[in-house]
Design a binder for this molecule. Sequence first.
Ligand SMILES: Nc1ncnc2c1ncn2[C@@H]1O[C@H](COP(=O)(O)OP(=O)(O)OP(=O)(O)O)[C@@H](O)[C@H]1O
Ligand SMILES: [Mg+2]
Length: 339
Amino acid sequence: MFSHKEQMKIVIISVMIGSILCLHYLTFPALRYYHAVYRMLFYLPLVLGSLWFGMKGAVYICVSVSVLFLPHAIIQWEWFSVDDFHRFSEGVLYIGIAMILGFLVEREKKKHRALVRVRSLAAVGKAVSEIAHDMKTPLVAIGGFAKQVFKKLEPDNPDRKKLGLVIQETAHLESMVREMLDFGKPVELQFTEIDFNELVSDSVRVAQPIAKENGIELETDLATSLPSVVLDAPRVKQILSNLITNAIEASHAGDRVWVCTSLNSLGVVLEVSDHGDGIAKEYHESIFNPFFSTKREGAGLGLGIVKKIVETHGGDISFSANQEKGVTFTVRLPLRPET
Ligand SMILES: Nc1ncnc2c1ncn2[C@@H]1O[C@H](COP(=O)(O)OP(=O)(O)OP(=O)(O)O)[C@@H](O)[C@H]1O
Ligand SMILES: [Mg+2]
């Protein structure tokens, strides 16, 4: 659960708290000035714990120090004397500082993670588009020439099947390269006023043949009376196509995939839900990362592109495990771009 480094940190904090508590319990209660200094020492593990473990660390330290110190506080209790009031306000201050420290550290960590992600995405995007650009021309040539030779071969030629495979695999590589090129480019949106449900229905219609081929029922549950929205229609279709394809790929024959729309206070909501095997917990942090894929032939760019398009629209995307089985991806998009 904890790495070796984290275990060491926990030991350091525990030893500090233990030593301070020993000082308290082994010093005669009447030596108030000593106890006042020892109480101040509690800030050391608190600061370290908050810095190392954020809000969780701060809360754990606060609770354990309070519980372990309670018997001593009871021994020193003088029925509402000035000293009692001092000790009580010190305790409140201690908890307050712990919460503020934990909150600030957590916020900084989040900002740092976002910055690292943006920087690494930009670097990956640049490298990917350079590679994809160099791969595109030879791939188009291979595919084109293979098709020409394929057409000239007699139907009973034994090499026809092999060449068919070359064409199929080249087409697959070409589509991966197209995705990689798309990933490297900044998303520029062309806004138009559209009927969101119609757009969803179109995308579902396009995906129906693949769903059928895999024995999957693709169903829709569209909200009535959705207002018209101002979005980039082809890009939103890209979102739908990627999410529906993933849902179909995750499903087993006989399963159902649902595509639903609704309205909330911020805009339109799109949900794509399947009854597949779901996403393992250890992959939760990675699925939106470029090139993360658990599929033999997956480029691992679909969700990265989807996230980029959604965020460029000012929306957000999340996913959650379904109660029985599978996963639901939820996309929230504003009704119109912010001006
Ligand atoms: N509906 C889903 N159910 C289970 N796992 C999913 C689902 N959607 C995505 N994933 C996981 O997230 C990973 C990343 O998805 P993503 O769409 O980015 O790439 P991919 O589907 O593997 O490849 P491609 O680039 O062809 O889309 C998948 O490989 C899969 O492990
Ligand atoms: Mg995909």
